[in-house]
Design a protein around this ligand. Structure first.
Ligand code: COA
Ligand code: AMP
Length: 635
């Protein structure tokens, strides 16, 4: 029987304790909680306080113990190395237990941090679950970040062990992960005791005898580890995400609330059943990968897919359809940018016709706004519902979605649909007044947040409160702006801070500016996100040079581009910068990035009343036009 969305939603808001307690009953607890939601120290709400559980047990062992050990847990498909592997729940549990034992035998204990810096290979997932098994806190760093970013994370979470691989493969080239790791450790003030390196045959890494072990060596003599009963409120992982400064924020996730929310979401948001194949085509370095490649599908008893490849070029834009067909994928989740890439190379959808997709039911998109063109293209070519949903690293799972397992509503292009049960979403103005239907404002969520959302920032409780909970007391500030329409559908329009979304990857323009300022010839800089047909947005840099600089301008631009690539990483996609005489500012000295962005995108813009010299906007426009931006007329 279909439940009404409003009934389910209202229950979650009126009585979150009874709502989530019911969901928690589906999982295994060594000891039940004392209280479903400890509200004693707001805004530090704690779900299932007093409960004892283990996320790895629930994700793997539980299924084996319930007689489903021979069902498929993990499929690995790597078109870039020509590898395909399949693991049953029993096999994967045994591998994880063995590696967890290896970590224990090297002295890793509950609460120790372990950084995982790996390409998309099964060992990355094994390492995450092995940490969860023994109560170590993992922190996965996306492989597209360079050494400096890795070093910042090493210094922040001080890992006892770092797990990495000798290499990854990107666009047919071998990426030397071990070299990047060695540089990072050299740069960091904190030094890990041990590095465990998965040697891959495409490139063998040289090991430092005093510090490094190969994955195989680490397993020698190790006994399989049992699951450790952990407090529901013990941290499971730290995941760093871009903040508004160069210093990333370490989002901390708990064990109990996280597993309850993710398991619930599989049936209710995604409408998948245990035993079905669920594929999140993302990377374990991002929150989508944490939640929907690793934890949620396994907690729900689905088969998950680890894919080492890209939507195009590995080898063609039919790869996604080959995988969906070959493994009977029911639900696919990816970022709109992946579809824009496929559409660009195969606009007619000819590759889709080569595969039997009869088992494929729903496509979910998230990570950036799903542009209506892309959604309509996917609907037409695939003939399945295409569901945009909105979430953030901070929340760990969807805030707004067209919940396919409750009462699916109509699709409205450009909207991520209604608030998901558990999230009391409101639109407010700066004065904290709730705005009427259809009016644009800051999107906030009334506290307490549902389970699975962040507990705090790693070793930075004050920053957590200041960043998210202070501007609107009693609410979580999402830093997204938008409106709610007459049907309760949420429309996410923009960020209210300096975060940009590049190919579904979250970056801080402030972080890139900090790197540009390091260049000796640069006096001042600004970075904005400009529209891009493929990646949604890409960063564009503006440089003001020191007076008297005689280095050729093209050379300075080349240097800063290389500099950002070396320090932040290729993932920043920082490929364009211009040199200007000055930056547009208000009389109080604030750079008018919003106006610059509108000019670059060829959008209409008002001349801000507070600008110190309006003529500068025309200068900026002329420079931008010389590199192909700012092409539409000002109205
Ligand atoms: N390790 C090392 N380098 C990496 C990397 C990794 N794990 N991931 C990306 N990079 C590199 C890329 O090779 C590229 O380098 P280049 O400048 O030398 O070409 C650079 O970082 C930028 O990466 P990206 O923006 O992802 O561009 P791309 O050309 O490699 O791929 C898409 C473009 C759209 C196909 C790809 O971004 C994609 O599939 N995105 C959707 C899925 C997704 O991951 N979403 C994220 C969260 S849901
Ligand atoms: P991340 O933390 O990397 O998941 O990025 C979160 C940000 O991505 C959000 O704050 C939004 O700005 C953006 N985002 C994610 N999903 C969507 C969506 N479906 N629609 C619009 N923006 C989105």
């Amino acid at each position: 029987m279909t439940r009404s969305h409003s009934t389910v939603y209202q229950h979650s808001i009126d009585n979150p304790e009874s709502f989530w307690q019911e969901a928690a009953e589906e999982l295994h607890w060594y000891r039940k909680w004392d209280t479903v939601l400890d509200r004693s120290n707001p805004p530090f709400y704690r779900w299932f306080a007093g409960g004892l559980t283990n996320t790895c047990y629930n994700a793997l062992d539980r299924h084996v113990d319930e007689g489903r050990g021979n069902e498929l847990a993990v499929i690995f498909d790597s078109p870039v190395t020509g590898t395909k592997e399949r693991y049953t729940y029993r096999e994967f549990r045994d591998i994880v237990a063995q590696f967890a034992g290896a970590l224990q035998s090297r002295g890793v204990r509950k609460g120790d941090r372990v950084i995982i810096y790996m390409p998309m290979i099964p060992e990355a997932v094994v390492a995450m679950l092995a940490c969860a098994r023994i109560g170590a806190i993992h922190s996965v760093v996306f492989g597209g970040f360079a050494s400096h970013e890795l070093a910042v994370r090493i210094d922040d979470c001080k890992p006892k062990v770092i797990i990495s691989a000798s290499c990854g493969i990107e666009h047919g080239k071998v990426v030397d992960y071990k070299r990047l790791l060695d540089f990072a450790i050299e740069m960091a003030h904190f030094k890990p005791e041990i590095c465990i390196i998965r040697q891959r045959e495409q490139l063998k890494a040289e090991l430092n005898e005093e510090r490094d072990l190969s994955w195989k060596q680490s397993l020698l003599g190790a006994e399989p580890a049992q699951c450790a009963p952990l407090e529901a409120t013990d941290p499971l992982y730290i995941l760093y995400t871009s903040g508004t400064t160069g210093q990333p924020k370490g989002i901390v996730r708990d064990n109990g609330g996280h597993m309850v929310a993710l398991k619930w979401s599989m049936a209710n948001v995604y409408n998948v059943q245990p035993g079905e194949v669920y594929w999140a085509a993302s990377d374990v370095g991002w929150v989508v990968g944490h939640s929907y490649i690793v934890y949620a599908p396994l907690l729900h008893g689905c088969t998950t897919l680890i894919f080492e490849g890209k939507p195009v070029g590995t080898p063609d834009p039919g790869t996604f359809w080959r995988i969906v067909s070959e493994y009977n994928v029911s639900v696919l989740f990816t970022a709109p940018t992946a579809f824009r890439a496929i559409k660009k190379e195969d606009p007619e959808g000819r590759y889709i016709k080569n595969y039997d997709l009869s088992n494929f039911r729903t496509l979910f998109l998230a990570g950036e706004r799903a542009d209506p063109d892309t959604v309509k293209w996917a609907e037409q070519k695939l003939n399945v519902p295409v569901i945009d949903h909105w979430w953030q690293t901070e929340t760990g799972w969807a805030i707004a979605a067209n919940c396919q397992g409750i009462e699916p509503g109509p699709v409205k292009y450009g909207s991520a649909s209604r608030a998901v049960p558990g999230y009391n979403v409101q639109i407010v103005n700066q004065e904290m007044e709730v705005l009427p239907t259809g009016q644009m404002g800051d999107i906030v969520i009334k506290l307490p947040l549902p389970p699975g959302t962040m507990m705090t920032l790693w070793k930075a409780d004050n920053r957590f409160v200041e960043n998210y909970m202070t501007h609107y007391p009693g609410y979580y500030q999402t830093s997204d702006a938008g409106y709610i329409d007459e049907d309760g559908y949420i429309h996410i329009m923009s960020r209210t801070d300096d975060i940009i979304n590049v190919a579904g990857h979250r970056l801080s323009t402030g972080g890139i500016e900090a790197e540009l300022s390091e260049h000796p010839d640069v006096a001042e800089s600004a970075v904005i996100g400009v529209n891009d047909d493929l990646k949604g947005q890409i960063p564009l840099g503006f440089l003001v040079l020191n007076s008297g600089v005689d280095t050729p301008r093209s050379q300075i631009i080349r240097h800063v581009i290389e500099y950002v690539r070396e320090n932040i990483g290729p993932v920043a996609s920082f490929k364009n910068a211009v040199i200007v005489d000055r930056l547009p500012k208000t009389r109080s000295g604030k750079i008018l990035r919003g106006t610059m962005k509108k000019i670059a995108n060829g959008e209409p813009f008002d001349i801000p009343a507070t600008i110190d010299d309006p003529a500068i906007l025309e200068e900026i426009k002329t420079v931008l036009q010389s590199i192909g931006y700012a092409t539409k007329k000002k109205t």
